[in-house]
Design a protein around this ligand. Structure first.
Ligand code: PFF
Length: 449
């Protein structure tokens, strides 16, 4: 009864596909198309890709199922969902702090996410007007050297995010992802075909899929694991918040498989679209955050109709970023509005504003603050990425796995999981109880102690 009431206050996903689309919308974003290729590039390629895939399977997937189980069981925002399921399982309500850490991580991620997404918005116009006279590398340097330019686009993107979240779950989020995500998929495939014909395809495939483990360090492990959490959108309650809106008759396990597979596919396809161009144009695979902008603009500059295809690509990338950024804002907004502390619209505005202010630091880290180091030798943006991807998300995910594996009442879990192949269930339990938390703990141990 109470769950019904909660669902009513937040709305529920309409239609069978809406949860999958929205969860995929949350998962697929800059992490796949901007983050994955550049991190694979700076970490030597194949070995990173393989470790990343291992993390998705052994850690990400079991935790994704766990998050949705908690979210749907409670039908609340993550803070209250953790508290409620903990109380229903006769354990301490302090588990709600996992929800709080998620809200905190969400704001930190949103702050730098919006700056990068702002660059995507900027590239819609750059790719429409670029004549190729300026090299793609110089073009990127121009974009990031102007604080005002970055701040302008950061502001535009953050405003869009807040507007959509204000509109609420059904009208705002559900509607957008339906049309635009499939379109992005099609354009990515087009870019792969282009890269196969015009790029150095063989070299790219070797780089991405022939692992060389000789250079793998504890830092590579941590980065690959962080990237897996970030890309799937795990460890901070955003998929938990979405799970709260998932109809009871849908299968959590098969939905998780679909979302994780689509997410991984997009990351790999992005790599296959980008690296052939990097190698054919003698660009640097390890050049960092500018990789997607430089490589794609180089391709569009050469391509017939590049001035049309380019803007289309960056529009779709911006939409993918938007369908992720709204899920970063959702846990905090859901909490404030559900508690009656502030109306939904106000909550969205205030949290987005806090993230916007923090984002200024990331925008400046590309130019006037480039020498300012926050955590060891990391600039502001890198530090935000490090704290969230590599610390808060894995930590949050580890606690979620421990909670579901060891503390949550079994009957509550089986209620949500429903009828499921026994072996598969045992396997999932084993991964949630042991493999996922121990892997995170091991990788932390190797890196930090
Ligand atoms: N998964 C998104 C991406 O890959 O761009 C980013 C993200 C969304 C991270 C939601 C974390 C999250 F909770």
């Amino acid at each position: 009864m109470e769950i019904q009431k909660q669902l009513k206050s937040h709305g529920a996903w309409v239609g069978k596909w809406t949860f999958i689309l929205a969860a995929t919308g949350s998962a697929v974003g800059l992490g796949n198309i901007w983050g994955f290729p550049y991190k694979a590039g700076t970490n030597g390629g194949g070995a990173f890709v393989l470790i990343y895939l291992g993390c998705i399977l052994a850690i990400g997937l079991p935790i994704m199922v766990s998050e949705i189980v908690i979210g749907r069981r409670a039908g609340n925002s993550p803070v209250n969902a953790m508290r409620r399921v903990a109380v229903d399982s006769n354990t301490t309500p302090l588990w709600r702090f996992v929800g709080w850490s998620g809200i905190f991580a969400g704001v930190l991620i949103l702050s730098f996410y919006s700056v990068i997404a702002g660059i995507c918005l900027n590239y819609i116009f750059i790719s429409a007007t670029s004549s190729g006279a300026l090299s793609a590398t110089d073009q990127f340097s121009n974009v990031i050297s102007s604080p005002l330019n970055l701040l302008f686009w950061h502001t535009v993107f953050m405003t869009l995010t807040a507007l959509i979240v204000s509109a609420g779950i059904k009208d705002g989020i559900g509607r957008m992802v339906k049309i635009l995500m499939p379109l992005l998929g099609m354009l990515m495939i087009f870019m792969v075909i282009y890269a196969m014909i015009n790029g150095d395809f063989n070299k790219a495939m070797t780089f991405l899929f022939a692992p060389d483990f000789s250079n793998v360090t504890s830092d590579t492990l941590l980065q690959a694991m962080g990237q897996a959490f970030f890309s799937l959108g795990l460890g901070m309650g955003s998929i938990m918040a979405y799970g709260a809106y998932m109809p009871k008759d849908q299968s959590i396990v098969s939905n998780s498989f679909t979302v994780a597979s689509l997410d991984t596919l997009v990351a790999i396809v992005a790599g296959i679209a980008i690296f052939p161009i990097i190698f054919a144009f003698s660009l640097e695979p390890n050049s960092g955050p500018g990789l997607v902008f430089v490589s794609m603009l180089s391709a569009f500059n050469q391509m017939q109709y590049g001035q049309f295809v380019g803007p289309l690509f960056f529009i779709l990338l911006s939409v993918a970023a938007l369908s992720s950024s709204i899920s970063l804002l959702e846990p905090g907004v859901a909490y404030l509005s559900e508690e009656g502390i502030l109306p939904r619209k106000r909550s969205a505005e205030i949290i987005a504003f806090v993230a916007w202010v923090l984002g200024i630091g990331s925008a400046l880290s590309f130019n006037i603050w480039s020498d300012f180091h926050l955590i060891s030798d990391r600039n502001f943006l890198d530090s935000m990425e490090f704290i969230t991807n590599q610390v808060l998300l894995p930590l949050g995910g580890m606690f979620i796995a421990i909670f579901v594996g060891w503390f949550m009442k079994k009957s509550l879990i089986t209620d949500e999981i429903g009828a499921m192949n026994k072996v598969l269930y045992m396997l999932w339990r084993f991964f949630v109880k042991f493999i996922a938390p121990l892997s995170v703990a091991y990788i932390f141990y190797r890196q930090f102690f």
